[in-house]
Design a protein around this ligand. Structure first.
Ligand code: ADP
Ligand code: MG
Length: 586
């Protein structure tokens, strides 16, 4: 390996030369306490910044190994280090000037979710911190002095202040790992006790605004009704009381603007862990929970929606339903079947974002439109069988219809942001109307036949294959024996979606993606699926998803980047969301 002196010399030798001379700096350099690796050099001062990584050996960083001895701890430690480095980088950024992105030092700026990110990886060997550095330019020439300042002073100072255990980082890391331990303990308790979710008393569920992830100031803290509360014993916080949502069918009812959707939203985001201060630290949901909603206009590829929809007017086969433009009800049916195909155990549904005709049909309507004329079997008629025969629970927000009362196990009312258990009242109302409740009725007659996982075939498409044979400068076969085409072009539009070559995926209605970094990772995952030809009609979709996640687990973020330098800017999505992408692409 070259040393920092080599880098200094090289740098001095290219001062004031044309900007592309920076390319010669690519490589790894031993800085004694860490290794600095220049992984990718930007083409010009206005291009995407250069990718640099720091590798700090574990014995230099000094974090006790128990802070990373379980996956949830490791992610919490990485998350803390990433946030600390990002804060230091923001201060050090643009200390040196120049054109374009000259002087930029940055890494991921995470939101409130604690996710595995390419920005920071901790292994037994040490910490890898990936950053973006805007190599400074005088006009369009190399500014060696300025880059010298950045790489030899500013970046090492950021690392020293944020990534070494003796700088306050240790206390921050311990606190984060302890919180992660508690969150992990809650997740284990969900499993052990047969719960869908736990929402601790004192949680702050609403956000400051619809567009903010900050907690709402002055919000009423959550408080579980006595009859639905449990107390968990967590390793660090000790006894924590909160709402236990049991598996089965749970309704959230209440007047408009009383906090129903806010509770459901907390549940759908409870699949992720949140940082201290977020308010939802101990609002934790089964990590396979899927927010099911109508998404008219979405494409559907050969999904079996027959449990809900048969006899379409155009005679189309709904056992392998394909459309470029689904309706509200067909889209929601398809999304449900696809979530169950991916082994989701919990559906989260809000009437605000559901197709009414997918959810219920009332008796008067049945008198007018005969069952044979109506292609839809509404969800209310399947939800019980889905639970009893397939083990899929549902949490449903309904303010407008009592149709779900007879199939519900538990009914929670939100009343002025307060949760009340109204299950017994609902049962009394049902009894008064001579109707049975779920406890007595069961899913008579209704059957849930699990649709078979699909073996989709999706081809690479012209967008990607037209790149064939255009690769320059990379030796034949370098990328594990593949032909020498370049990767398909990726375009990522924040949380809205992405394109791979000519294919696009619209994610605007997919609610459980929380960061653009997840979308960026998904785009690369889809590219991997396409380039490896994994979706060739021979494997069930869940298996394809599993193969991708296994590749990432085994090879790290490198698995998603053939250059070997993934850079910062990728965050791990759930397998469910990769399936969502593979099910929605055009
Ligand atoms: P619903 O779905 O019942 O119509 P929402 O969940 O959309 O109601 O909540 C309505 C409003 O009340 C939102 O602006 C939300 O931020 C606010 N809100 C929700 N929960 C609380 C709370 N615990 N304290 C204060 N405001 C809240
Ligand atoms: Mg609502």
């Amino acid at each position: 390996m070259q040393t920092s002196h080599d880098l200094e010399r090289k740098l001095a030798s290219i001062d004031r030369r044309g900007y592309p001379a920076y390319k010669s700096l690519r490589g790894r350099y031993d800085f004694r306490d860490f290794v600095l690796s220049i992984d990718h050099v930007q083409g010009d001062p206005f291009a995407a910044p250069s990718r640099v990584s720091l590798m700090i050996p574990a014995e230099v960083a000094g974090f006790p190994s128990e802070l990373s001895d379980a996956p949830h701890r490791c992610v919490a430690l990485e998350d803390t280090l990433c946030r600390r480095f990002a804060a230091e980088a923001a201060r050090a950024s643009f200390k040196v000037g120049g054109s374009g992105k000259s002087g930029l030092i940055a890494t991921s700026g995470p939101g409130p979710e604690v996710l595995a990110r390419s920005a920071c990886e901790v292994s037994p060997a040490g910490i890898t911190m990936r950053l973006e550095v805007g190599f400074p330019a005088h006009g369009r020439t190399v500014d060696a002095r300025a880059l010298d300042t950045m790489l030899f002073e500013l970046v090492p100072a950021c690392a020293e202040r944020s990534l070494l255990a003796d700088t306050g980082a240790l206390a921050a890391a311990r606190a984060a790992v302890e919180l992660a331990d508690d969150q992990h303990a809650v997740r284990c308790a969900l499993e052990r006790l047969g719960l869908v979710a736990f929402v601790a008393d004192g949680s702050i569920l609403p956000r400051a605004t619809g567009a903010s992830s900050q907690p709402l100031a002055g919000a009423l803290p959550f408080q579980a009704p006595e009859s639905l509360s449990i107390t968990l014993d967590l390793p660090h916080r000790g006894s924590v009381r909160g709402l236990a949502i049991r598996r089965g069918i749970t309704l959230i009812v209440g007047g408009g603007y009383h906090g129903k959707s806010t509770l459901l939203q907390a549940l759908q985001e409870g699949v992720y862990n949140h940082v201290a201060g977020d308010g939802r630290e101990l609002a934790i949901t089964d990590s396979s929970a899927f927010k099911l909603r109508a998404e008219d206009g979405r494409p559907v590829h050969a999904t079996n929606i027959a449990p809900f929809i048969t006899n379409l007017p155009d005679g189309r086969d709904t056992r392998a339903f394909t459309t470029a433009d689904a309706s509200g009800s067909t889209s929601q049916a398809a999304s449900l079947v696809e979530a169950v195909e991916m082994s989701s155990r919990v559906l989260l549904i809000d009437e605000d974002t559901s197709a009414t005709n997918f959810m219920v049909r009332d008796a008067l309507m049945e008198e007018v439109v005969a069952a044979e004329q109506e292609p839809i079997t509404p969800f209310v008629e399947r939800v019980r069988a889905l639970w009893e025969q397939a083990g899929v629970s549902s949490v449903i927000v309904v303010g407008s219809s009592g149709a779900f009362f007879p199939v519900a196990d538990t009914v929670v009312q939100m009343d002025c942001y307060r949760a009340i258990d109204v299950t017994q009242r609902v049962d009394a109302v049902l009894a008064a109307h001579g109707m049975a409740s779920a406890a007595t009725a069961g899913a008579e007659g209704a059957v849930w036949e699990p649709p078979r996982p699909r073996r989709l075939a999706l081809d690479l498409g012209r967008g990607a294959s037209s790149q064939r044979g255009r690769s320059r400068g990379r030796s034949r076969g370098a990328s594990r024996g593949h032909d020498d085409r370049r990767p398909a072009k990726l375009k990522v539009q924040g949380l809205d979606g992405f394109s791979v070559g000519e294919h696009t995926v619209d994610l605007r209605q997919v609610e459980q993606l929380v960061e653009g970094e997840q979308t960026a990772a998904l785009a690369r995952m889809v590219r991997l699926v396409l380039e490896r030809g994994l979706l060739d009609g021979t494997r069930p979709l869940p298996q394809v998803v599993e193969m991708v996640f296994r590749a990432v687990e085994e090879r790290g973020w490198q698995a998603l980047d053939e250059t070997g330098a993934p850079g910062c800017g990728l965050a791990l999505p759930r397998p469910l969301e990769l399936a969502v992408c593979l099910n929605r692409w055009r």
